[in-house]
Design a protein around this ligand. Structure first.
Ligand code: BES
Ligand code: MN
Ligand code: ZN
Length: 500
């Protein structure tokens, strides 16, 4: 898909379809009024007949237009004028692209009333538009044997209006947004694959594919023997119950001089979480194929960095394995030694994410990172706390937490900081080892982070619990691609902006 900002009049845009917005009481924005004038009042006449309500989500396609360059006009409902904001604009853009995808239009110009510049400047306007379009055009990577429907014809999308002075910023935003869209599709595709396809070895292959595709990406894969040499006892304890061998992926993107400290991203790669001997209940257990969404986010982030040529060094670390019950599985009460040398009493084998992450976080030290951020579908407690709307952020540095939260706000992929004070870590006491891997139900998202915190002393570190945001259940079951948009904005800023 090619994106392009436009200046000036929407009616002058040469394309297959022009898109304008209509509010609930038939109010038209500036662009809509201009289009109506060019069309000699045809839009207002239609609205006067009451055939289009302007409610959010509604669309109407008119053909054989007069007075404008495009042969089709798509009306999109913007909802009540008084409530119109960035969220309304986002929804209207998604609705527009979805409607365009059902036509044979290959090009379109979106002239939906923009939210005020203080809510969305030209760069983020461009970025959001490209990302929303990519999301709306995403088709789930199902394994259905029936013939696939014809893909949408849309290949060119213009959006505006943008002042001449803002065209460069909008264009840069669109480039970044398009890259985010591509990388988010990768994240979603990996997340959606079943665990009998997406195994640790499959994820390793995907990492190698990134290295083959991008000149600046290098990959190293540790197999079981190499993981053992690294003394990752916690990771191996989780992996030992499965017939599938574990892998530890090290993916390096070199976008800056070698002396620059990298950002290290760590992703939980549990390809299936049965809970192990502390077996989970059957309802919705299939959703535990999504327990590698943190890993998918990291692969997606590296893909994004490479695609956009960020001037930043980024390292991705992915410990990946299944969590299975078996005659060889780790058992409650077993004590293992982490790569950091600390001993852990595994009281609940279902708290496996923190076990594989603690060894990966320890591995991050050798890169002398400027920051370390881990991504994990870590706790059901985080879903109880924040629902599906915010990812949880916990950090030993409030400035880093704020940086992530603000990135999420700018790109509407929101996150919320939870406190990570010392008391939580004290709940992980064990009579037999340095500490236990669980601390009861209370504050479960935070005690999980506190466990990780034991391994990140001296690192500038943040943890993102994405259990509620990385995928949806129910009728819309599937990976969302979150929090890739947030991570992308975080990385772009760390790189000092997008490469022009
Ligand atoms: N992968 C789960 C967390 C999870 C639960 C993600 C629900 C998405 C939806 C994780 O490994 C887990 O099982 N966590 C336990 C921790 C508990 C045993 C302390 C949980 O949240 O119940
Ligand atoms: Mn678990
Ligand atoms: Zn898990």
């Amino acid at each position: 898909m090619r994106f392009q900002p436009f200046s000036g009049r929407a009616g002058d845009q040469r394309c297959d379809c022009l898109v304008i917005g209509v509010h609930e009481r038939g109010e038209l924005g500036e662009q809509g009024r201009a289009v109506d004038r060019s069309m000699r009042g045809r839009v207002r006449a239609l609205l006067a007949r009451g055939d289009f309500s302007g409610r959010s989500g509604e669309t109407l396609l008119l053909t054989d237009t007069v007075g404008v360059r495009a042969p089709r006009l798509l009306l999109v409902g913007l909802g009540a004028l008084a409530q119109y904001n960035r969220r309304g604009w986002r929804r209207a853009c998604a609705t527009a692209v979805t409607a365009l995808a059902r036509t044979r239009c290959s090009s379109a110009a979106i002239a939906l009333e923009r939210p005020p510049a203080r809510e969305l400047d030209d760069y983020y306007f461009g970025r959001a538009l490209a990302e929303i379009a990519a999301t709306a055009l995403y088709r789930i990577n199902d394994l259905k044997s029936t013939r696939r429907p014809r893909p949408p014809a849309l290949t060119r999308l213009a959006a505006g209006p943008v002042d001449a002075a803002g065209l460069t910023a909008a264009r840069r935003g669109m480039d970044i947004g398009a890259a985010v869209g591509e990388s988010a599709s990768l994240v979603r595709n990996l997340g959606n694959l079943p665990s009998n396809v997406c195994t640790p070895r499959y994820l390793a292959q995907q990492a190698k594919r990134l290295a083959a595709q991008h000149r600046r990406v290098r990959v190293k894969i540790l197999d079981e023997a190499a993981i053992r040499r690294q003394k990752m006892g916690c990771f191996l304890a989780v992996a030992q119950g499965s017939e599938e061998p574990p892998r530890f992926l090290v993916i390096q993107y070199r976008g800056a001089r070698p002396s620059q400290a990298p950002v290290v991203l760590v992703g939980k790669g549990i390809t299936f979480d049965t809970g192990g001997i502390s077996l989970k209940d059957p309802p919705n257990m299939d959703e535990m194929k999504f327990d590698m969404c943190g890993a998918a986010t990291v692969l997606g982030a590296l893909d994004f960095a490479a695609r956009s040529g960020l001037r930043l060094n980024v390292v991705g670390l992915v410990p990946t394995c299944d969590n299975m019950p078996s005659g060889r599985a780790v058992k409650p009460g077993d004590i293992v030694t982490s790569a950091a040398g600390l001993t852990v009493e595994i009281l609940n084998t279902d708290a496996e994410g923190r076990l594989i992450l603690c060894d990966a976080l320890n591995y991050a030290r050798r890169f002398n990172p400027q920051a370390v951020v881990d991504f994990a579908t870590l706790t059901g407690a985080c879903v109880i706390a924040l629902g599906q709307h915010h990812s949880g952020v916990m950090s030993n540095d409030d400035a880093l937490a704020r940086e992530l939260v603000e990135a999420g706000q700018r790109v509407d992929d929101r996150a919320w900081q939870l406190p990570l004070t010392e008391e939580y870590g004290e709940q992980l006491k064990s009579n037999f080892a340095d500490f236990a891997n669980v601390a009861g139900r209370d504050g479960g998202a935070i005690t999980a982070a506190a466990f990780l915190g034991k391994f990140t002393r001296g690192l500038n570190w943040a943890h993102m619990d994405i259990a509620g945001t990385a995928y949806q259940g129910g009728a819309n079951k599937g990976a969302t691609g979150r929090p890739l948009p947030l991570v992308a904005d975080f990385l772009v800023r760390r790189a000092g902006g997008a490469r022009g």
